[in-house]
Structure formats: C-alpha cells, structure tokens
Design a protein. Structure first.
Length: 254
C-alpha cells in the first residue's frame, strides 16, 4: 500500500492533466493514479497469495464478472478511495484493502496517503492504529455528531432523513472517503454515519475495523455487513449505544 501511494498516487497529487481524469458516472471520476495504484496492488497481492481472486474497483468496473470473486476467498482493493477529492487536489483520500472469505471480511487495512496513518484489523484480534490497539470512543458532544451521506439516496429517503434523523444530531460534512470516515468514527470526531452505497471496496476493511474497535457497523435491520451482499444502506457508530439510537430513528427509511 505504501508503494502504491508513493509510486502511483502521490506523484499525481495536484498534478493531474485534464486527460488524466475520466468520468465513470455523473458523480464519480477515475484518474490515472487509480489505475496505476490498482496495478501495483494487484501484482503484489497475486505474488502474496497466488490463485486467490482479486476484486479491484477498477477491474470490476471494466468487467462486472470480477465481482463473482466476492463469493469465495478474495482480496478486495480500493486503489484510491476519495478519488473525487484527489482529482480536485484536496484531502482526504487513501487506500483500502481487505481479505475476505465466504462473503465475510476477515482482515482489513486502511492507509492515509497524506499522513501515513495506518489502520489494520484481523477478525477476532482487535483493531489497530499505527500498530497500537485502539478502542472506539464517542465524541462526548451533545447532540452527537453525524456525517450523513445523502448522495445516493432517492428523494423520499433524503426527506425522511432530514425530518426524522437530522434534528437529533449536529451535522457535519461527509468526507466522501470511507478511508477517512471510519477512523473519524473511532477517534471521537464523528459519532454516527449513514451510508447508502455499500460497495465492498469502500466498506469491507472499515466495517471490520470499527466493529473490532468496539464501535458498530451493520445494516439498518441489525444484520452484519457481507461483502457479497448487494443491498444498500448501512449505519455506523462509535458505540453500540449510539448505533441503536440511530437505527431506531432510521426505522423503515430504507
């Protein structure tokens, strides 16, 4: 991950030409740095565990069949999380990597390209930040701090969140970067988050890391996150208590 950051990502930071940025969708872009980083990570992982499926974000975009790998043993790669920020020449952005089997993330790593902050986790062994075990903590603010992503919700969902959820929290901007949002939920910066789009490369590592840190990430109905689950919607919180409060307020928003 450090090699991908140093060789593929940071040399392009605030130095991208227009032809090095491509629109993937109306609200999403990809850059030459994404592709170069995924190549380095894919090649490295293939040597680490030959024969294991590698589900990379950009490879999956080019060939949706790659997603079949999520059903078995696989690596899950987000080569540059927060690409929209990166393309604008601003933080945050990072790299997300997870190892999964049976549809469940078993290990995960989150690397902040600008600061070198490194989060790591292995199922059942706790969560670590720069090598030190970490316990998630609430911000202690009243009302609690919420980062709520409305980007991928339909209009009825947005209105329901604004009416039933938002008034109970102090709202802050979302970072548009899961590699930043999950650490914020553990470090006493944000208390709760609502995620609508829950793609494996965005959430496999972070959800496992926050859960192992003592926070809680789950579907709104309380079911655990699975990397091969195509449903949308997920809630994250710095503590189970705050998660339960948020889930009760979300109700059947969808």
């Amino acid at each position: 991950m450090q090699k991908a950051s140093e060789e593929a990502i940071m040399p392009h930071y605030r130095d991208l030409n227009a032809d090095e940025i491509t629109n993937k969708a109306s609200d999403d872009v990809v850059t030459v740095a994404d592709h170069a980083s995924e190549k380095i990570l894919t090649e490295g992982l293939a040597k680490l565990e030959p024969g294991i499926a590698i589900v990379g974000e950009e490879a999956s975009f080019a060939d949706p069949g790659v997603l079949e790998g999520l059903n078995g043993d696989c690596w899950i790669v987000d080569p540059l999380d927060g690409t929209n920020n990166f393309a604008l020449g601003k933080p945050p952005f990072g790299i997300l990597l997870a190892r999964a089997s049976g549809g469940v993330a078993r290990s995960g790593w989150i690397y902040d390209c600008l600061t070198g902050r490194f989060c790591s986790v292995h199922e059942g062994e706790g969560a670590f930040l720069d090598g030190e075990r970490i316990t998630a903590r609430e911000s202690g603010e009243t009302p609690p701090v919420a980062a709520i992503s409305l980007v991928f919700m339909h209009e009825e969902q947005r209105e329901a969140v604004k009416e039933r959820v938002a008034p109970h929290y102090r709202l802050v901007d979302i970072p548009r970067c899961a590699a930043e949002q999950y650490p914020r939920l553990a470090l006493g910066i944000n208390d709760v988050s609502i995620f609508q789009r829950t793609l494996a490369w965005d959430h496999a590592a972070g959800a496992l890391w926050l859960n192992e840190a003592g926070g809680k990430v789950a579907r709104p109905d309380g079911s655990p996150y699975r990397v091969n689950d195509e449903r949308t919607g997920m809630l994250g919180a710095s503590s189970p208590r705050l998660w339960e409060e948020l889930a009760a307020r979300c109700g059947d928003i969808g």
